[in-house]
Structure formats: C-alpha cells, structure tokens
Design a protein around this ligand. Sequence first.
Ligand code: GAR
Length: 198
Amino acid sequence: MKNIVILISGSGSNMAAIAHAAEQDHWAERLNARVVAVLSNRADAQGLRVAQAHGLATGVLDHKAFDSREAFDAALIAEIDRFSPDLVALAGFMRILTPAFVAHYAGRLLNIHPSLLPAFPGLDTHQRAIDAGCQFAGATVHQVTPQLDHGGILAQAVVPILSGDTANDLAARVLTQEHLIYPRAVAHFLRSIDSSRA
Ligand code: GAR
C-alpha cells in the first residue's frame, strides 16, 4: 500500500479534496494507495477537524516550540516518517522548508501553489496578478525542490481575472480549480510510482 501524508496549516480544503477523491475513486483498491495522516504546524488549523471527520489520523507539531527551522524540520521528518510515506503532499502548508527536508523527500514531495508558476512564486499571489494586469490566473501542482515554488510542473489550471475582481474573488475562483487538479495530479503521481517500480 502506498501511503500519503498531507501537511496543512489552515482550512485544509485541498487536503479534503484529496481525501474525498481517495474515498470516492476507491484509491485503496484501484491505486493501492491511501491517505494515512494529516499533520499541521498549527493546532488551530480547521483542516484537522475535517481530516478527523474523514477518519484520518492527525498530528500537530508547533513550529514555535522549536529554536530553529532546522530543528522543526528534523522533528517533522521524524513525525512524517512514522507513517512510511510514499508521497508527502503539501496542501496550504505555510512553512518554508529547509534543504534537508526537501532532500529527505526528494521525488516524493508535491505542493500546490495558487498561481501559474513560474509567475508569482511566494505570497500574495492573487493581488499581485491583479496588480500586474494579468487577464488569467490559476494554480500549479509541482514537485518541491530547494528553490521556493519551483520544481517540475505536474498540473495547472487557468481561470480568468474579471474586471473588478478582488484578491478574495480571485482566490475563491482559483481554489475551486485547485480542488480538481490536486487530487488528479496525486492520482497520476501514484500511478507513475507503480510504473517506475514495475
Ligand atoms: C491554497 O490556495 C493553496 O494553493 C495555498 O494556500 C491555500 C490553502 O487552502 N498555498 C500556498 O499559498 C502555498 N504557498 P486550503 O488550506 O483550503 O487547502
């Protein structure tokens, strides 16, 4: 069985979309894969309750309890590795990762970012796209590499930017597409593990 660990910091709607797809599309039978745990750096992340409602194991590791980014990431690796992950999916996990963390999960670490990468890496993507006069925005599922919001692109979705859009309007439009492309990209990734192991 291929194990998926999902990391969140907030509402966890992308995590829920993946958990829902895993149930609805019978990933256990069809892809020999399952979501094994949802971990958060914030105890108040709403997504933790959503994960529990899906019957998933949850855990919290508060980054503020650690002296350094390196110490937090080392503890996070230990926590994640209890679940023997074949895939670690970042889903609104709002932490910059150390090179050691990224290297540890090289080739099995995915992220979703709310822009059409390579445009607008980093934060505040929707307002930046509006301010730049872009006519389209979107989201990208990508492999995680040491450089923030870079790495091979697995999937993208495009939405229009409409006149008068606020950043919140655009974020909501993009998020509905994130919920479609992330589960699909994860399923595709899981199938590709099978073919590379065959
Ligand atoms: C999503 O829009 C995701 O793309 C973004 O945070 C939101 C999390 O929503 N991620 C980043 O900005 C990462 N740099 P969710 O918690 O409801 O999935």
